[in-house]
Each structure stands twice: as C-alpha cells, then as structure tokens.
Design a protein around this ligand. Structure first.
Ligand code: AMP
Ligand code: ZN
Length: 123
C-alpha cells in the first residue's frame, strides 16, 4: 500500500536496520521504545490487522511467534518478554499494517499489565 509507513519500510523507501528479514517477515526497532528492547515484527505483505487475517496467513502468523522467540534469544531477553498486537483504533492500533511488539529487557520486573484506566477492574 502506497501510503503505509510499514510497507515503505519493507520496500526500503525508509532506511531501516532489520533485526530479521526472512520468511516474508521483517523486524526492526520501534522508533519510540517503551522498554529497553522494543522490536516490531511485521509481515512483508500488507495486512491491516489481525481482524483481516485469512486462513492462508496461518503459517505466517506461526512464523511470527517463532521469530519473536528467536529474536528474544538474540537480544538476551528470553527469560522475560511480551509479544503484543493491537487490532483496531480503539484498541490502540496506530499503524494499520499488522505488527507485533516484542518488548522486554526490564531491569527487575516488567510493568503491571491489565491496569489501564479503562479496564473493567476500574469500574
Ligand atoms: P501500534 O500503536 O500498536 O499501532 O504501534 C505502532 C508502533 O509503530 C508504535 O510503537 C510506533 O512507535 C511505531 N512506529 C511508527 N513509525 C515507525 C517507524 N518509522 N519506525 C519504527 N517504528 C515506528
Ligand atoms: Zn503496509
């Protein structure tokens, strides 16, 4: 897609150091990291989000999980890491090309999860 920033990264229009480039998947550092290690893992093929995934994408999705594990190993965070994806604007998705955040590298303990302001537990 012409106006998609991640498609531009895939095509090489934006110079980016890839941590991974194989199996139809690339991975690169997030421009605004929220953890000491913050890598984005994306399919080269433009898929808007998980909501648009088709049966033929199953192998691709499996590979993304395997690559997340391999990159966690490579980055020395295999003991403690998270893999997250947002589907839909209301879920916090801001780039509409499927991507998985691989985050980790916290010094002691990771920040708490599931305590967002609008979480059910707040009501
Ligand atoms: P999300 O909010 O889940 O859609 O995540 C999109 C992520 O893409 C954010 O964490 C951004 O910091 C990141 N991002 C946006 N543009 C770039 C870019 N050119 N290079 C690397 N990361 C980017
Ligand atoms: Zn795209």
């Amino acid at each position: 897609m012409d106006d998609c920033i991640f498609c531009k990264i895939v095509k090489g229009d934006i110079s980016t150091k890839f941590e991974w480039d194989n199996d139809g998947i690339v991975a690169f550092d997030d421009i605004e990291p929220i953890a000491p290690v913050h890598i984005l893992i994306i399919p080269k093929k433009h898929i808007e989000s998980l909501k648009k995934v088709k049966k033929e994408d199953t192998e691709l999705l499996g590979n993304i999980q395997r690559i997340a594990s391999e990159l966690a190993e490579k980055k020395g965070i295999k003991n403690a890491f998270r893999v997250l994806t947002a589907s839909g604007k209301e879920a916090g998705q801001s780039v509409f090309h499927l991507h998985y955040h691989l985050i980790g590298g916290w010094k002691d303990k990771a920040p708490e999860m599931w305590t967002g302001k609008n979480s059910k537990a707040d009501k």
